[in-house]
Design a binder for this molecule. Structure first.
Ligand code: UDP
Length: 335
């Protein structure tokens, strides 16, 4: 099937994508600086197929160039990036240097090696404050934070590199990613954790902090923010379809990945109580800065062009996230 370079393959979404690639007969080279990803994840992934690991930083051009000298790769799936909105506002330099400059280095090494296909993890954050819901790919892209800006800049760079150098890209604009591997092999492991579902689940373990609900006065059906939660395994499948699309000669393109449906923070919280069987204590807090009231994807284009479908429910994602969180608490954090 070929060898795929996965940057950021030691991270949350990257690791699920590596498993999906291995299950579909690909060999994988993971390139990761382990700044937010984990070596334990790489070790686990190695059990399930042919995985090479190169520790390196995209900000060092020589790190990524030498990888292409060592391994003949057919395409790249590029996850490696910093992704915390709040941090990007406080420290934009970190984001522009890593996400934008790092990607420029990656693209330059790809061109030198003659690798001309890339699947890129973009984000709903490139749209900014929604002008209408659900958001389709024609929605204007006006990011409201440096994180979203970096991802949009990279999308534009990729357009120019296609025109000038014939580099073909598929940009996948993720909405809110949730869940964990259905067999419990990998899952979400951020330090510190900022995301809704793992934070609710973590609060149920001894020593966990009380869950903080940010903002109950939004103009939504129950006052809390609406998000479109897409299952991480469904998301990984979309990367395989994007790769097939490029392998079949598909033109540079971009797709929203979401479920066409939104859930409020309160609905997610109730679903977590149901899955865990616990009454979870909650602190009602002021709004978190920069949170739009609603973000829901229109995924029609991914369905019609890639043949992709979101299969797994929010409840299923929470069940798998809970299984993984128990593993994390037992095996990894307390190891
Ligand atoms: N949220 C919350 N408490 C938390 C983490 C998140 O109330 O500990 C809310 C957050 O304000 C937003 C929603 O949950 O309305 C989703 O946030 P998350 O950070 O998971 O994803 P984002 O939408 O920011 O990408």
């Amino acid at each position: 099937m070929g060898k795929i370079l996965v940057t950021g393959g030691a991270g949350y979404i990257g690791s699920h994508c590596v498993l999906a690639l291995l299950e579909n007969g690909y060999e994988v080279v993971i390139f990761d600086n382990l700044s937010t990803g984990h070596i334990e994840t790489v070790e686990k992934l190695k059990k399930y197929g042919h995985v090479d690991f190169v520790k390196g930083d995209l900000q060092n051009l020589s790190d990524i160039k030498s990888l292409f000298n060592l391994y003949k790769t057919d395409a790249v799936i590029h996850f490696a990036a910093f992704s915390q909105v709040g941090e990007s506002v406080k420290n934009p330099q970190k984001y522009y240097m890593n996400n934008v400059c790092g990607t420029l280095n990656l693209l330059s090494a790809m061109l030198e090696a003659g690798v001309k296909k890339i699947v890129f993890s973009s984000t709903a954050a490139t749209y900014g404050e929604p002008e209408y819901i659900p958001i389709d790919e024609k929605h204007p892209q006006n990011p409201i934070n440096p994180y979203g800006q970096t991802k949009l800049m990279i999308e534009k760079i990729m357009d120019d590199y296609d025109k000038a150098y014939g580099l073909k890209s598929v940009r996948l604009r993720y909405f809110n990613v949730a869940g964990a591997d259905s067999q419990g092999r990998v899952g979400e492991w951020h330090e510190p954790e900022t995301h809704l579902i793992p934070n609710i689940l973590k609060s149920t373990f001894s020593g966990g902090q009380t869950f903080k609900m940010f903002g109950t006065d939004y103009d939504t059906k129950d006052g809390t923010c609406v998000r479109d939660y897409i299952n991480v395994e469904d998301l990984a499948q979309a990367h395989l379809l994007a790769l097939d699309y490029l392998n079949k000669g598909g033109e540079t393109n971009y797709f929203n990945l979401g479920t066409n449906d939104g859930n409020t923070v309160k609905e997610v919280f109730s679903a977590c109580e149901k899955v865990t069987g616990q009454n979870i204590p909650v602190d009602i807090c002021p709004r978190r800065e920069g949170d739009p009231a609603s973000l829901v994807a229109d995924n029609t284009k991914a369905k019609s062009v890639l043949g992709w479908k979101a299969q797994n429910s929010l409840e299923y994602s929470i069940e798998k996230a809970y299984v993984w969180e128990k593993t994390l608490q037992k095996e990894l954090i307390n190891a």
